[in-house]
Write a protein that binds this ligand. Structure first.
Ligand SMILES: NC(=O)c1ccc[n+]([C@@H]2O[C@H](COP(=O)([O-])OP(=O)(O)OC[C@H]3O[C@@H](n4cnc5c(N)ncnc54)[C@H](OP(=O)(O)O)[C@@H]3O)[C@@H](O)[C@H]2O)c1
Length: 177
């Protein structure tokens, strides 16, 4: 999700800062996908990295992760920013209550908005999007990488890679060889 959203934002003329886990993924989104900057959430302090790499603040934050990263982004919003809540993968396995954003007052100060987005609300636009995305892919303007594993017996191990980040690209389990 993040790699595609970031590339589309670049195609639409935005300055894009991506947040990814590990040096290899950060190099990939910068050098291969053309993001302007990358932040390694596993080794960098998100607050200071956002301050350094978004010196003017954030206009649009597309959130797949929630938790600490959402909180850090909220603290760096520009006036009239938009926060899109797509997912909160850092919170799905919580055994205690979900860590909500404690920096939400930043929405008030910056007159910003935070809104949920569910892809199924846009089914009528799927055809149009598939065409546009297909053309970008053909032209090499949009790249997608898949990490494919084999066999239903490997479901658990493969599924857990979603949360550990031990995968390169879209995680796919091929059930039938
Ligand atoms: N709203 C919707 O309609 C919709 C539809 C589909 C998916 N989603 C949500 O969108 C998000 C991304 O989905 P996806 O399909 O792109 O999944 P994905 O390809 O599996 O990407 C998930 C990425 O989340 C990162 N991650 C996992 N645990 C994390 C943590 N504790 N802290 C920070 N980052 C963490 C990992 O990044 P690294 O590999 O860089 O470590 C992982 O690669 C998920 O939250 C999913 O539930 C929403």
């Amino acid at each position: 999700m993040g790699s595609i959203v970031g590339q589309i934002a670049k195609l639409k003329g935005c300055t894009v800062i991506g947040i990814a886990g590990g040096e290899e993924k950060c190099n990939y989104i910068k050098n291969e996908l053309g993001f302007d900057e990358a932040i390694d959430y596993k080794s960098e302090n998100i607050y200071s990295a956002l301050k350094k790499k978004c010196p003017k603040g954030i206009d649009v934050f597309f959130d797949n992760v929630g938790g600490v990263i959402l909180d850090a982004a909220l603290s760096k919003l520009r006036m009239h920013a938009k926060v899109v809540i797509c997912g909160a993968i850092s919170q799905y396995n919580n055994k205690h209550k979900i860590d909500g954003p404690s920096n939400y007052l930043s929405l008030l100060v910056t007159r910003s908005s935070m809104q949920g987005m569910v892809v199924m609300d846009y089914t009528k636009d799927f055809g149009k999007a598939a065409k546009e995305i297909g053309i970008w892919m053909q032209e090499g303007k949009l790249k997608s990488r898949e990490d494919i594993y084999q066999g239903i017996e490997n479901f658990r191990e493969t599924y857990n890679r979603l949360f550990s980040g031990e995968k390169n690209g879209k995680l796919i389990l091929k059930v039938i060889a």
